[in-house]
Design a binder for this molecule. Structure first.
Ligand code: NDP
Length: 340
C-alpha cells in the first residue's frame, strides 16, 4: 500500500521548517537558508534532500557538530578566487554571501572559483548550480563528504559519496543540469530505505567483508557504499576528494570522518564551485555557440531520451500547481517538533 501523503503550500512548508529550526536554536539567517534548501529539494521531488533533512540538521546541532549562529567571512582572495570561511556553520549562508562576488569575478575574468571552507554540508548541489546558470554562466560544483564509500576493488569506507554537479544556461528554457553522487546512490537514499524497513537494491553496498549486501543498516553502520561505474566512478570520486579538499586547503572525506569522532553529525569539510562566462570563453559570437548547444539538447530529446533534471522540473511544476507532497509520517514528525 502506498504511504499516505499530505500537500503543503510552499509558504507553509517554509514557515514550518523555519519555525522548527528557530525553535531548536539556529539563527534567523541560518534557518532561512536551510529552509529554502530543504523545501526546494522537496518541491523538486528529491526526498533524500528534502524536508527529511531537518531531522539531520537538528541531530547535528544536538551532537555539537555545527555552529547554529555562525557568521561566514568572505575573502576576496585573488583576481579569480573567492574564499569563504563558514566558521563551522552550514554551507547555505556562505554560498549566498559568496555568490555575488563569484559572479562578478567570472564575468570579469571568464572563470572564477569559490572555495567554501569549514562548513557543514548536506544539500543537493543543483540548488547552487541553478543560481549560477540564472546569470548566464556555466557552473561546476563538488564536495567530499565522509568516508562512506569503498574504493573500486576495496571493501572499507574511504571515499565520500562526493556529489558532482554541472549546469549550462539555456536561453528561455530551464538550464541543463546534472547532479549526482559518485556513489551508486546518495547516502540519504539508503537512510530512507532504513527508515522504511526496506531492503536496498543489489549493487548499492557491501558488508564489512566486502560482500554485496541488501540490509541498509549493515551497509550504513558496518559496510560501505559502492561507487557508480566501478573504477571510473572511483577515479572521479578521488578527483573530487582532491579539488574540494587539499586544493582549497580543506578536509578529505576520511579526515572529515575523523573530525566527526563518531558524533554522527552531518559532514564537515569544504566545497568548490567554479563559474565560467561563455561571453568571455567563447568570445564575440558566443550566442551562436550557445545555439549550437541547443542542437545537442534537441538531438538527445528527439531520440526519445530525456535530459537530466527533466524529472525535477516536472515535479517543480506539479508542486507549484498542487502543493508540495510530503509523507504524512514525516509531516507528523516535523509538526511534533513544533509542538514539543
Ligand atoms: P540520481 O542518480 O537520482 O540522479 C543523477 C542525475 O541524473 C540527476 O541530474 C538526474 O536528473 C539525472 N538522471 C536520472 N535518471 C536519468 C535518465 N534516465 N536520463 C537522464 N538523466 C537522468 O542522483 P543521486 O542519487 O546520485 O544524487 C542525488 C542528490 O544527492 C544530488 O542532488 C546530489 O547533489 C546529492 N548529494 C549531496 C551530497 C552532499 O554531500 N551534499 C552527497 C551525495 C549526494 P533528475 O533529478 O531529473 O532525475
Amino acid at each position: 500500500m502506498a504511504d499516505k501523503t499530505v500537500f503543503l503550500s510552499e509558504e507553509d512548508a517554509l514557515t514550518m521548517s523555519r519555525n522548527i529550526l528557530l525553535k531548536k536554536g539556529f539563527s534567523k539567517d541560518v534557518s532561512r537558508g536551510l529552509s529554502e534548501t530543504v523545501v526546494a529539494g522537496q518541491k523538486d521531488g528529491c526526498g533524500s534532500h528534502g524536508l527529511y533533512r531537518i531531522l539531520g540538521c537538528i541531530k547535528t546541532l544536538e551532537a555539537g557538530g555545527v555552529v547554529p549562529d555562525a557568521e561566514p567571512h568572505v575573502e576576496d582572495a585573488s583576481g579569480s578566487i573567492v574564499r569563504i570561511n563558514a566558521n563551522g556553520g552550514f554551507s547555505q549562508l556562505s554560498f549566498s554571501l559568496g555568490l555575488p562576488l563569484l559572479i562578478e569575478k567570472a564575468k570579469e575574468n571568464g572563470i572564477a572559483l569559490l572555495a567554501i571552507n569549514h562548513c557543514v554540508h548536506f544539500s543537493a548541489l543543483w540548488i547552487e548550480v541553478e543560481q549560477i546558470t540564472r546569470q548566464g554562466l556555466v557552473a561546476i560544483a563538488c564536495n567530499p563528504t565522509q568516508a562512506y564509500v569503498a574504493p573500486h576493488g576495496g571493501s572499507a569506507p574511504l571515499l565520500g559519496t562526493n556529489p558532482f554537479a554541472f549546469g549550462w544556461p539555456r536561453p528561455g528554457k530551464p538550464p541543463f543540469v546534472f547532479d549526482f553522487a559518485t556513489s551508486t546512490v546518495a547516502r540519504g537514499d539508503v537512510e530512507l530505505y532504513e527508515r522504511e524497513g526496506k531492503p536496498i537494491p543489489d549493487g548499492w553496498g557491501v558488508d564489512s567483508k566486502g560482500q554485496g549486501c541488501n540490509d541498509p543498516r549493515t551497509v550504513l553502520e558496518k559496510g560501505a557504499l559502492l561507487t557508480f561505474g566501478e573504477h571510473k566512478g572511483a577515479a572521479l570520486s578521488m578527483m573530487i576528494e582532491l579539488i574540494a579538499g587539499p586544493l582549497i586547503g580543506d578536509l578529505m572525506s576520511y579526515e572529515s570522518s575523523q573530525h566527526d569522532k563518531s558524533k554522527g553529525a552531518l559532514p564537515y569539510h569544504g566545497e568548490v564551485i567554479i563559474a565560467m562566462d561563455p561571453a568571455m570563453t567563447a568570445g564575440r559570437n558566443f550566442e551562436e555557440h550557445l545555439a549550437r548547444a541547443e542542437t545537442l539538447f534537441d538531438s538527445v530529446e528527439s531520440q526519445g531520451a530525456r535530459l537530466p533534471s527533466g524529472r525535477r522540473y516536472k515535479n517543480r511544476e506539479k508542486s507549484e500547481k498542487d502543493g508540495i507532497e510530503i509523507s504524512e509520517k514525516l509531516y507528523l514528525e516535523l509538526r511534533s517538533l513544533l509542538d514539543e
